[in-house]
Write a protein that binds this ligand. Sequence first.
Ligand SMILES: [Cu+2]
Length: 338
Amino acid sequence: MGPARHRRPCPALGRLRGAGYLLLAAALSGCALDGALAPRGSGAATIAGVWWYMFWVGAAVFVGWLAVLGWGLLRPRGQEAADAEHEARVHRRFIVGGGIVLPVIVLGSLFGYNLSALLALPRGGDVVVDVTGYQYWWEVAYPEAGFVTANEMYIPTDTDVRVRLHSEDVIHSFWVPQLGGKRDLVPGHVNELTLRATEPGRYLGECAEFCGIQHANMRFEVVAVAPVEYDAWLDRMARPAPGPDTPDERAGHEAFMTSSCAACHTIRGTPAEGRLGPELTHFARREWLGAGVAPNERGHLGGWVVDSQTLKPGNLMPPVEVDARRLPQLLTYLESLK
Ligand SMILES: [Cu+2]
């Protein structure tokens, strides 16, 4: 093993360095962790704690296992036969220690940690929100304030929010990774989940149980704001729809009310009282369209109204015949629903 040997390029070393870069990249991307490992709510923080505990225990077991393997491979050979009695004792110790004692300690500690985490999850709450899953969107109702909205759910920060989960069709699952765990929405049964956001922000939520062809585009946003801001939002949302004020808005309103739109959508304060689609009373205040399929902007909105099946194939809003001259007015009216 002369120094010359080290200077020769070594392919194995190159590969090792590649793996090193990969690890480094993984570690660096860890700084920008998203989702369940970047908790902004007390429930999610507890769950992330379980994740990390399992990770470190798993890592310790793995390293220990590597050490035993290395010892087995590298220890001097040829002495086994010398003391068969001693060898058998060592084997027994390994079987009892590694096969019974160690697993009991490791699994027992995981069980204990899990149990304490389960008990530490937030429960109940003074603010109640009813969330109903539909293929492929979310209805969000505030029973105390007495209004219904869709796909966007405001909650006050540092407050336990009791989310009651319903389904009108199939099983869905409500999951806001940064705020809490998952919970199924089961037809004919009410489940509950408590969310407590510790920081204001917009948090992505999604359906976590396959529910049909557009399951992947069944998203929503939880917007956590300071309690005063939340109260102002409630006041605003409880009001009926504004307008129509301008001639264009009035023409668009007319187009909406006289076509099939009104049979499927509710706009409070107007004759539109359909219940098959999302409530549109304050639709223009939402950031997203079609449960997260596109930003809520005029271009996408026009595409959606003309044929939502292009943007979200298989969703339950059929293509609707809209007079091309009326379309801009219809969009203007929808955009006025602040
Ligand atoms: Cu779903």
